[in-house]
Design a protein around this ligand. Structure first.
Ligand code: ZN
Length: 297
């Protein structure tokens, strides 16, 4: 039973700090049937028409982002097999192939799955549910869940399925928007910003580093690492207001891309890793990146 303080309302949904779940989510939680057609047919076509195009344009930057995740996984347990749940256009897995991983994707969008296949990536065009999970007769060394848990009605259910698809000692890497963060709280309390990050029904759940870590722990993982993606909302603190302004947003994005790419240079890279680790510790960063290990029984 979902139950908690009402924080705000958006697009006809309440937004509650649910005590049962331990994170913020919409009230009511949309039924899975309401969302299926959106992600199967419409999402990459209507909601994110530029998404694939922009991923390609941003690929050099994305590769640095993906490499950081692969490096963490490789340092923990070496190169093995990885399942990407919500694999989108497939570039995360393509990077895995290039690094010597065995890869598989699960992706509900027809357009995105078809695109991934043109990259030589094996993709199941489906939703991850119990039926699909039980049909997969292999176990993986890692599962990647990026920009998935905020979209699903039952994130704990998805994490339990990910757990069942991992080898003992396998690692899950979860990435989700870091919402109601100290930066966003400062923006709304001191600079009169609305809760502009609320986006139901597409974003049902609103995590931060702490609540996402706690959810992983409840689903059978030990948190072994946390990091952040660049706090793009620093631009708002600096006075560049990209909220509802795609042009300013794109310009801010270009600047953080340049910075991230330059911080990848030798002499700066170790600092970059530590900097994002420290941000994670303080709940700063536009996205939270949490690594959880399935303990050997
Ligand atoms: Zn709840």
């Amino acid at each position: 039973m979902h139950n908690g303080r009402l924080i705000d309302k958006a697009n006809g949904y309440g937004i509650i700090a649910c005590e049962t779940c331990g994170f913020i989510h919409t009230d009511p939680v949309p039924a899975p049937e309401e969302l299926e057609s959106v992600y199967r047919d419409e999402y990459y076509k209507d909601e994110k028409p530029l998404y694939i195009e922009r991923t390609i344009e941003d690929l050099r930057w994305w590769e640095t982002v993906y490499d950081d995740r692969y490096e963490f996984l490789e340092n923990e347990s070496g190169r093995g097999s990885i399942l990407d749940v919500g694999s989108g256009p497939g570039y995360f897995l393509k990077r895995g192939l290039e690094r010597g991983w065995k890869v598989m994707g699960i992706e509900p969008s027809k357009q995105a799955a078809a695109h991934a296949r043109t990259l030589g990536v094996e993709v199941e065009n489906a939703f991850l549910d119990e039926k699909l999970a039980s049909s997969i007769n292999r176990r993986f060394d890692a599962v990647h869940l990026s920009e998935v848990l905020e979209h699903v009605p039952d994130p704990a259910g998805i994490l339990k399925l990910a757990h069942s698809l991992l080898e003992d000692g396998g690692i899950v890497c979860c990435v989700a928007p870091n919402d109601f963060s100290p930066v966003q709280k400062t923006l709304s309390e001191r600079l009169n910003f609305s809760h502009y990050w609320l986006a139901p029904p597409h974003h049902i759940n609103y995590f931060n580093h702490a609540t996402l870590s706690a959810l992983l722990e409840r689903c059978g993982f030990s948190v072994i690492g946390s990091s952040s993606m660049f706090p793009i909302d620093f631009f708002l603190l600096m006075g560049d207001n990209y909220v509802g302004n795609d042009e300013v947003g794109r310009a801010s994005h270009l600047r953080r891309k340049r910075l991230d790419i330059m911080l990848n240079e030798p002499g700066l890279k170790e600092f970059k890793k530590e900097m994002y680790g420290i941000m994670a510790k303080h709940g700063i960063g536009r996205e939270a990146v949490i690594f959880g290990k399935k303990e050997k029984r």
